[in-house]
Design a protein around this ligand. Structure first.
Ligand code: FBP
Length: 548
């Protein structure tokens, strides 16, 4: 493989490991756990993996000997910086504990397990991918592992390859499925453990045990660099309003973090929109106010950050999506999924309730079509395909034109549109993500070596220097509750949305009026890999504020 000189130098970077994972390790087990909600239902659904204790790895003098072990690894869902380092940490630790251990990578996501597509991952192979972004070492996919046929197909290939444990690196949906697989294999006494690992740039897989999901740090820093560059351009040319949509399917963690890093003139937080029951009109009015006020000061330029999932949080649209989710899971709807998008929308309009029909009809047809189309395999609206940035700027332009006609606005409004999502998902991991992921992979290996199943690898105390991080495992059932998905109540890991009484949002709310009026942009610049630790090893502002 041809690599750039930066990649070459970066490949030599040795991720920092917590002291607890550097040498011989033993397990300290805590008290039995409970799920975050619906305890009785979750317990009944997961009789073999419910209630397990939290575990922590602590150093020991005792030298451990482990039998030879074959392990499988799967990358699941959207790419997130650092995934390769999880695999490197996993294989390095497996080989360190017994050089005969083997690691198999299933190709293109969970589908590789079901379809028996795999390759052995050797140290020589993974060396090319150390500290790189992307998931291209083995590829990723969104196949949802949920049927007994899929679980049995996985069992067959594990038996053939002598695999005794699977590590599934994924977000909340993938880890929910990892837990179902762990339970199924435990109940079947298949002798295959399943361990999860918290991945997603969205930052919404976090709770009392998971401080952050990997990839959030690098993705936010990458988007913030780009936003900073745009703000500097805006402040130089002074003629454009930039409407920037940011990835992060549901929760607004990415938009909020980027706002804290760059101080834009406007940043919308979907969770606030929902809590205050705001309509699209309210949101547009608040942007119009900022644009008009800045125009009064002679500033016909600015930046607006828009979270990708905004549309789903506007209460009337949320109610519409909830009805559509149920409607789209019916056989009748499945039967028309081969029709054109226009025909599917017309069919949908005939089948929704009157109130939701009005909402659907009030939206631009392109947006309405996206909402009425099929969901991704996990039942989510594909919000990354909805051009909210254009929708909002067109509505703002319409209102400003009316104000101009009435003589109360004299500025100029030239909007430009951006969507930052895929640009950040495969960026080379920051030092934080490189270290965090390597430690997560090492923890996953230790969970596997110690015979654990139904756990997710975790690393805590992440705002301290890496040497002081605390590694261990959390039972996946502990993070579950029952939620409605595709028309049915299902056990799922609870998604973490932005908390309006949390420190990151409060910090933003305290400053946003000043940021709206004045031009006090921050320009964070590119991620740095070498240099002073306060430049290279900082965490996100979200993590720092949450853990302070
Ligand atoms: P995961 O939840 O699988 O980590 O994916 C997150 C994400 O990047 C979202 O931010 C985005 O909405 C979605 O994936 C895009 O999906 P796709 O990669 O299928 O276009």
């Amino acid at each position: 493989m041809k690599i750039s000189s930066l990649q070459k130098a970066r490949a030599a970077y040795q991720p920092k490991l917590p002291l607890g994972l550097r040498n011989n390790v033993e397990i300290k087990a805590g008290e039995p756990t409970q799920s975050v909600g619906n305890q009785e239902e979750i317990k009944a659904l997961f009789p073999n993996t419910y209630g397990l204790p939290l575990v922590e790895f602590v150093p020991t003098e005792e030298v451990k000997h482990y039998d030879t072990l074959n392990v499988g690894v799967i990358l699941s869902g959207g790419q997130a910086p650092g995934g390769h380092n999880v695999i490197c940490g996993l294989l390095d630790e497996l080989k360190k504990q017994n050089p005969n251990n083997k690691l198999y990578g299933f190709l293109m996501g969970p589908g590789g397990l079901v379809d028996h597509n795999y390759k052995e991952l050797t140290t020589e192979l993974i060396d090319e991918y150390r500290n790189t972004g992307g998931f291209d070492m083995i590829g990723s996919g969104r196949t949802k592992l949920e049927t007994v046929e899929q679980f049995d197909a996985g069992y067959e290939i594990c038996k053939k390859l002598g695999i005794k444990a699977l590590v599934i690196i994924g977000g909340d949906d993938s880890n929910t499925n990892a837990c179902m697989l762990a339970e199924y294999y435990a109940q079947k006494q298949a002798g295959i453990a399943v361990i999860g690992c918290p991945k997603t740039i969205d930052g919404d897989l976090k709770n009392s045990q998971i401080e952050t999901s990997f990839g959030f740090d690098t993705a936010c820093k990458t988007y913030s660099e780009l936003i900073g560059n745009i703000q500097r351009d805006a402040n130089s040319a002074r003629k454009y309003w930039h409407f920037i949509k940011l990835m992060g399917r549901s929760a607004s963690h990415i938009a909020l973090e980027c706002a804290l890093q760059t101080r834009p003139n406007v940043a919308i937080v979907s969770e606030e929109v929902e809590a205050k029951q705001l309509t699209l009109d309210h949101i547009v009015d608040s942007i119009v106010d900022v644009v008009a006020n800045r125009a009064n000061d002679g500033n016909n330029f600015g930046t607006v950050l828009i979270p990708e999932g905004l549309i789903e949080f506007v209460p009337s649209i949320k109610s519409l999506i909830s009805e559509l989710n149920d409607l789209l899971s019916t056989d009748e709807a499945r039967a028309i999924s081969t029709l054109s998008a226009d025909e599917q929308l017309d069919w949908t309009l005939q089948h929704v309730s009157e109130a939701n029909k009005q909402t659907l009809e009030s939206l631009p047809r392109a947006v309405a079509k996206q909402l009425a189309l099929e969901r991704d395999p996990h039942g989510n609206v594909q919000v990354s395909l909805i051009e909210t940035e254009k929708l909002l700027s067109e509505m703002v332009a319409g209102k400003l034109a009316k104000l101009k006609a009435a003589g109360s606005y004299k500025g100029k409004f030239s909007p430009l549109h951006h969507f930052f999502g895929y640009e950040g998902r495969c960026a080379a991991p920051s030092n934080f993500d490189a270290d965090y992921c390597y430690a997560l992979g090492t923890s996953a290996a230790q969970l596997v070596l110690n015979g654990k199943t139904g756990y997710m690898a975790i690393v805590k105390n992440t705002t301290a220097p890496a040497a002081e991080w605390i590694a261990g495992g959390v039972p996946i059932t502990m993070m579950m509750n029952m939620e409605r998905r595709n028309g049915k109540m299902k056990p799922v890991i609870k998604k973490a949305l932005v908390e309006l009484d949390g420190a990151p949002f409060k910090e933003f709310a305290k400053n946003r009026e000043t940021w709206a009026k004045e031009t006090c942009y921050l320009y964070p610049g590119p991620i740095q890999y070498w240099g002073p630790t306060e430049v290279c090893d900082t965490t996100t502002k979200t993590l720092a504020l949450e853990q302070q």
